[in-house]
Design a protein around this ligand. Structure first.
Ligand code: ADP
Length: 395
């Protein structure tokens, strides 16, 4: 009777799920899928590892299927999928572990209450991440629930990299640089030893360029600096997020444009970034194929900020051995990789355009001083591994 692990990634109106089966010492991906439109017109789809659709169901607009009902439906479905396999744990992606949780943790009702106190730090993500944990603790009390945090990986950073120049009492109240996308960076750091020993042991910058985008400086595989800080809105411009701004702009928006907190939140998280600049789309594919000058400006700004952050993170590392591109844009866009590498020529980055267009793993030329890689990230696998380890430790 093989052991099974379920990985959940719950958002405001969706739950992504994947199932892993223990085979010897490895975890084999099994079915995966998505619940979307939760709260409006919900749709469930589950796919086999080969991508073929295994199950599908849609609910009409008026049905208003909530998160809890979606979770119950999902568990019921996975239970029949599991048949004789034993569900040994559920791993949850949780955006915020505060400064306390430097590792994944098994959640009990008391820890859940602590995690809820981090919700004001990530109001658009944390409450949704915690909903399935609460439901699972009620419905499946015998199954360990493991929370894996996007912030934990960055707790190895030196103190100066984790702080802002604010009075000490505010720093003690938790206003610090947490950093995000940690599960993705951890996965990439774990791959580096088999890809490039020098990069694994040396100085490497990972560019996680997706809808959410950030960059992380790794020294010997550990995070020493990152572009996202107190929230996942700092750093690079993203699909709809602004990235770094002068804090004075917020004061100006309040004073002169009479915006309140929620209005500014919507502006910074939903209306800015690539969408805000272009007025066309948050999707990089659309922008790259558009002839509209505003689309070109959005792409130019994205690359410009990548270039500046690259310089900053290289300074934090005191040098550079390798670059790694990952996530939706990083893995799939030769144009963005090419533009970013061109801007980094001063660092000794030289790209092999043929390898880049072909999407090979190593895309730097033989004479490049800096090795450049394209490595697909896999946050689900990272969560499954953490869940497996935590469940095993408790056995
Ligand atoms: P998320 O942060 O939501 O996980 P992803 O990592 O899936 O996002 O990345 C989504 C982004 O990747 C979108 O902006 C999409 O346009 C971009 N993307 C996907 N494929 C390509 C491609 N071939 N060329 C350029 N951009 C792409």
């Amino acid at each position: 009777m093989p052991n099974a692990i379920v990985v959940l990634n719950a958002g405001s109106s969706s739950i992504k799920f994947s199932l892993f089966i223990e085979r010897g010492t490895s975890l084999e991906p099994d079915v995966r899928g998505l619940f979307e439109g939760i709260g409006t017109a919900a749709r469930f789809v589950m796919k086999a590892p080969d991508g073929s659709v295994k199950a599908e169901k849609s609910w009409p607009e008026g049905a208003k299927l909530g998160h809890e009902e979606a979770f119950d439906f999902l568990v019921g479905h996975l239970r029949s999928e599991l048949a004789d396999d034993r569900l040994i744990g559920i791993g949850h992606r949780v955006v915020h572990g505060g400064s306390v949780y430097t590792h994944p943790i098994r959640v009990d009702p008391q820890i859940l209450r602590v995690l809820e106190t981090f919700s004001p730090l990530a109001p658009l993500h944390q409450p949704h991440n915690l909903l399935p944990i609460r439901r699972a603790l009620e419905r499946l009390p015998e199954v360990p629930q493991i929370a894996c945090f996007d912030t934990s990986f960055h707790r190895t950073q030196p103190e100066v990299a984790q702080m802002y120049a604010l009075p000490a009492d505010l720093r003690e109240a938790g206003i610090m640089r947490y950093g995000f996308h940690g599960l993705s960076y951890e996965y990439i750091a774990g791959m580096l030893p088999e890809v490039d020993q020098r990069a694994a042991q040396g100085k490497c910058i990972v560019l996680h360029l997706g809808n959410g985008a950030s960059m992380c400086a790794l020294s010997g595989g550990k995070s020493i600096a990152a572009t996202m800080g107190f929230t996942a809105v700092e750093g690079l411009p993203m699909g709809t997020r602004s990235g770094s701004l002068d804090p004075g702009i917020i004061l100006h928006l309040i004073d002169r444009h009479h915006m309140d907190t929620r209005r500014i939140e919507k502006l910074l998280y939903k209306e800015s970034g690539l969408l805000g600049i272009s007025g066309i789309s948050s999707d990089m594919r659309t922008l790259l194929t558009s002839a509209d000058p505003k689309a070109k400006l959005a792409v130019a700004y994205f690359l410009y900020r990548i270039g500046r952050e690259l310089g900053s993170l290289t300074a934090a590392l005191g040098g550079l051995d390798a670059l790694v591109f990952t996530a939706g844009i990083g893995e799939n866009s030769p144009a963005i990789r090419s533009g970013a590498c061109r801007d980094a020529a001063w660092l000794g980055v030289e790209i092999d355009e043929k390898a880049n267009v072909e999407g090979r793993r190593r895309i730097s030329s033989d004479s490049s001083r800096i090795a450049v890689y394209v490595l697909p990230t896999n946050e689900e696998v990272m969560i499954a591994r953490h869940t497996h380890t935590n469940v095993r430790i408790e056995d």
